[in-house]
Design a protein around this ligand. Sequence first.
Ligand code: TNX
Length: 509
Amino acid sequence: MMENVIPKPVSVRQDGGVCRLTAGARIWVEPATEEMVRIGEYLAERLGEVGGTAARPPATCGTRSMPHLQIREEGNGRPQRVAPTGEEEEGGIALTTVGGDAELGEEGYELTITPEGVRVAAAQPAGVFWGVQTLRQMLPATAEGLTEYRLATGRIRDYPRFGWRGMMLDVARHFIGVEEVKRLIDLMASYKLNRLHLHLSDDQGWRIAIASWPNLTACGGSTEVGGGSGGYYSQAEYAEIVGYAASRYITIVPEIDMPGHTNAALASYAELNCDGAARPPYTGTEVGFSSLCIGKEITYRFVEDVVREIAALTPGPYFHIGGDEALVTTTEDYIDFIDRAQAIVQSHGKQAVGTEEIGQAALLPTTIAQHWATDQIRKAARQGVKIIMSPATRTYLDMKYNESTKLGLNWAGYVEVEDAYRWDPATQVEGVGEEDVLGVESLLWSETVETMSDIEYMTFPRLAGHAEIGWSPAAGRSWEEYRVRLGAHGARWAAMGVNFYRSPQIAWR
Ligand code: TNX
């Protein structure tokens, strides 16, 4: 099963043996810090799910009891070592950061499988967690009818090409609840994605409570595309999402889109409008008609308050200021606004992220620009800032797969699984090379997407390809080889109840 892992590992060496992971196999962690124990428990839970005990009725489970977590303690109460012992010969799994190879970096890991057991070693817990994802993919999609797992022995050494492997979820056009976001976080983690960008505001809705501007959610949170009742995250719910994501080594990147895409705020507070008149709520899908009032000081008090409150709830270093499609803001005003917004974000200890249009302004060296569909990315690249690659023709998860896809839009064309996979971030835009690229992000805009089932259908399988583009070396990646590996993932998604698009380009197994 080593051969079906996505993203494709940097190096895989199989040596022809077999490791039998039997009932009663134990998971050992070293050192037994809270964080490492949590990773061990996570693996134990996932193995339990494969066994079916968590989710299925007794008729189809109970055929085996899967490995359980045991923190081995010696003498002084702390685990001393995880080298194979008699007990581990039953097929134990060791997770360790002791002696992890620093050359593998913050997120790299080494996964070694011998007839005696499994060992995931990394310099940092994040690497152990990603190694656990690789191990999960080497187990069968379902344990039904099995009394043991047989793993091919060998060694994987693996680390990411890019540090930013993200997905954007638009919770503004249609609101998406906390439980759905958590499920998406779990699915992202399986493919080693490490950034979840939440598009928290747009013309159609404001989705996070701001204590100093309560009407943003009272009014702006009460609508969505199509006229539904919308919704929003309380600050406690947002913090819960942040914490859940962190437990999966995913950093939340909050976005408040400005100065355009702001009708929900302009409807909530009359004073934010240049003419002092509140805008009516908007539930359509046009873009580019709204703007904050660039010349009014209250605009910057608003930005300051919103950034301060969200930054305080966000441990990650990023704050996304949007910046796209400010079609009714003059260029001069736009530049003034981005200057001030960047400075406000920086004053709260965060790095600004913005869409490529921000390249028109003088960017701070720490600001990050995101490419989607225009040439303005080159202006940002020429200033030497880092670039996130989200070309609409490749990474827009809201583009239809083909003309018969019911959900989605098609302004950037159709994006079949092959289109989503067959490109490289370092050669996609002339003038933006490997050294400029921070990573890759897949964007799911939600004008047409309402439910978890809709999210899953548009996201899978394309997200798996983007994850591989962000993680795996360019050399050695090919569509013909990838599509075979991808074929093995349909059964996994089916077992998890994921509503994925069964593309005819893939021979699903
Ligand atoms: C463009 S991409 C937008 C969004 C829309 C999306 C629909 C970008 C930065 N702006 O406002 O939702 O197209 O595909």
